[in-house]
Design a protein around this ligand. Structure first.
Ligand code: SF4
Ligand code: SF4
Length: 201
């Protein structure tokens, strides 16, 4: 019955209104910006680039594969790949983004870039106070503004950041084990070849 639903709705409103005088939890508003809500872990606004260590350039996880650029629905990511390479977290030489821009006036916070990145390199930030009077350049974020330390990721999304660390650590261990096995196989093959060689005498 429509009348019954209206009465139920009004009862909820009345309970919260009267309850807000005795319990802060029932207050529907806060004194922003002096007071701030604790954002839920799943909160997301715009992407940022994760870097490891202290150096945003050296530690940037992004290898400029451009998958996110291709998959971004409104095409607001712009990447220019470097000419040279730098070591990634596994010690393998990789390209890096010479330019990595995101136009957040276009970004729709869909998180597809995060889902498709194979390198745990791009994640969603919770920063939302980004308004500016400069509609164009002010909302075009460059690599230097997008790069944030892994510690920041841990602060805003601790559970996801721990999972990312575990994924990268497992891949690093796998790469190290493969490199060791390859080196051992190479050494074994060299020893076998040396043993098979007829002696000069
Ligand atoms: S969140 Fe969505 S729209 Fe924004 S940069 Fe990533 S893929 Fe593009
Ligand atoms: S953020 Fe990820 S998907 Fe995008 S270019 Fe860098 S490594 Fe590739």
């Amino acid at each position: 019955m429509l009348g019954e639903q209206i009465i139920k709705g009004l009862a909820v409103t009345a309970r919260n209104f009267l309850g807000s005088y005795v319990s802060e939890e029932r207050l529907p508003t806060i004194q922003y910006p002096e007071e701030r809500q604790v954002l839920p872990e799943a909160a997301r606004q715009f992407p940022f680039l994760v870097y490891d260590g202290d150096d945003p350039e050296k530690g940037l996880r992004c290898v400029a594969c451009q998958i996110c650029e291709k998959e971004c629905p409104p095409k607001c990511i712009y990447i220019v790949k470097s000419k040279d390479k730098k070591p990634d977290y596994k010690g393998q030489m990789q390209f890096y983004p010479a330019i990595f821009d995101i136009d957040i006036s276009v970004c729709m916070s869909c998180q597809i870039c995060v889902e498709v990145c194979p390198f745990e390199a791009i994640k969603m930030d919770t920063e939302f106070e980004l308004s500016t009077s400069d509609r164009f350049d002010g909302l075009l974020l460059h690599k230097q503004q997008l790069a944030k330390p892994n510690a920041h990721y841990h602060k805003i999304h601790p559970r996801d950041a721990a999972e990312s660390d575990a994924v990268l650590a497992a891949e690093k261990a796998k790469a190290a084990a493969k490199a060791k096995a390859d080196a051992e196989a190479k050494a074994k093959a060299a020893a076998a070849a040396a043993a098979a060689k007829p002696s000069a005498a």
